[in-house]
Design a protein around this ligand. Structure first.
Ligand SMILES: Nc1nc2c(ncn2[C@@H]2O[C@H](COP(=O)(O)OP(=O)(O)O)[C@@H](O)[C@H]2O)c(=O)[nH]1
Ligand SMILES: [Mg+2]
Length: 312
């Protein structure tokens, strides 16, 4: 996980602490400064490219660069060496910390049934994320209903049906090709009648540029009036996932993010930047196919992965 990002950050730490200081002209050093602004710019430029190559979103890479620069320009030579690592760490930690959110705390205060709608392109991992969350919610004592509103993709209803059966959770479904908003409506009515706690609405994917898809999402939203809309993105698609998140956010408004397939993500930039880019929390990350492989996103967890010594 995050091998790329880890390597790039390590490189930045070393080059700024060694080369940027060494290569700062004598006359600047004599004035007591550790790194000249020009030298620092050069190395931060390289860091920015490295971050972009690790799937970090442009605006996030720039923010990190600005943050580091603020801390390092004008410090003494002795100080510079000491604070390079801290400056880089702090810049990244601030972004990660802002990405945190407590999903379970968030739903606690909501009136039941709590309706949660999941959106995202085909294959991003919506159905799996719903099954994992339903498993978790059930273990926490919430009663759940799942609404099979992906009536578009062949096999989608059966896939969800299998999960529902495994988990012992009621699935509300109509036929393939039917109106997804009607399925959502039925599921919510069912939940109200049976005093269920949570309704999880699965939706169809296709492409985020597909106008029909966005219209369909808006219609489901109008009918279901969800308490929360969660965008599900695939970490492996990098900046695409971030662009998708923005598109869905524009169309229906997103309250939080689940990033899937993080277990297979060698880069790491998507996890670092997706929530920060749309200013919504990254509630969970998917780290495998099993039900228990979806964990709340924590800044400290990711810091350990990208600054820690262990090789993963
Ligand atoms: N390795 C891994 N695979 C995942 C994860 N989440 C989903 N998948 C796989 O990604 C594929 C697409 O998932 P699915 O839930 O059907 O996506 P949907 O089209 O958005 O509903 C499936 O083969 C899942 O098993 C994850 O966190 N890690
Ligand atoms: Mg699906």
């Amino acid at each position: 996980m995050f091998r790329f990002l880890k390597k790039k950050i390590k490189k930045a730490k070393e080059t700024i602490a060694e080369k940027a200081i060494e290569e700062t002209p004598e006359e600047v050093k004599k004035s007591g400064l550790g790194i000249s602004e020009k030298k620092l710019e050069e190395f931060l430029w390289q860091l920015e490219i490295d971050l972009l190559e690790s799937d970090v979103a442009m605006e996030v890479a720039e923010e990190i660069k600005r943050d580091i620069k603020k801390k390092l320009v004008g410090v003494s030579r002795k100080e510079a060496r000491k604070i390079v690592e801290k400056a880089i760490r702090d810049a990244i930690y601030r972004i990660l910390k802002e990405s945190e959110g407590d999903f379970f705390e968030e739903i606690k205060s909501k009136e039941k049934p709590i309706v949660i709608m999941f959106v995202g392109v085909n294959g991003s991992g919506k159905t799996t994320a719903i099954a994992k969350l339903a498993w978790k919610l059930k273990n926490m004592g919430y009663s759940c209903i799942i609404a099979a509103c992906d009536t578009f993709r062949a096999g989608a209803i059966e896939q969800l049906g299998k999960h529902a059966e495994n988990l012992g959770i009621k699935l509300i479904k109509h036929d393939f090709g039917s109106d997804p908003a009607a399925v959502a409506y039925d599921a919510i009515e069912h939940a109200k009648a049976r005093h269920k706690d949570v309704v999880l609405i699965d939706t169809a994917g296709r492409m985020q540029t597909n106008i029909n898809l966005m219209e369909e999402m808006k219609k489901i939203k109008r009918v279901a009036k969800p308490d929360m809309i969660i965008f599900v993105g695939d970490a492996l698609t990098g900046n695409d996932a971030i662009e998708q998140a923005k598109k869905f956010h524009e169309a229906v408004g997103i309250d939080g993010v689940i990033l899937t397939k993080v277990d297979a993500d060698a880069k790491g930039g998507t996890a670092l930047s997706i929530a920060y880019t749309i200013k919504k929390p990254l509630y969970f990350i998917g780290i495998g196919q099993e039900y228990d492989k979806q964990i709340p996103f924590k800044a400290d967890w990711m810091m350990k992965k990208i600054f820690g010594e262990e090789n993963n």
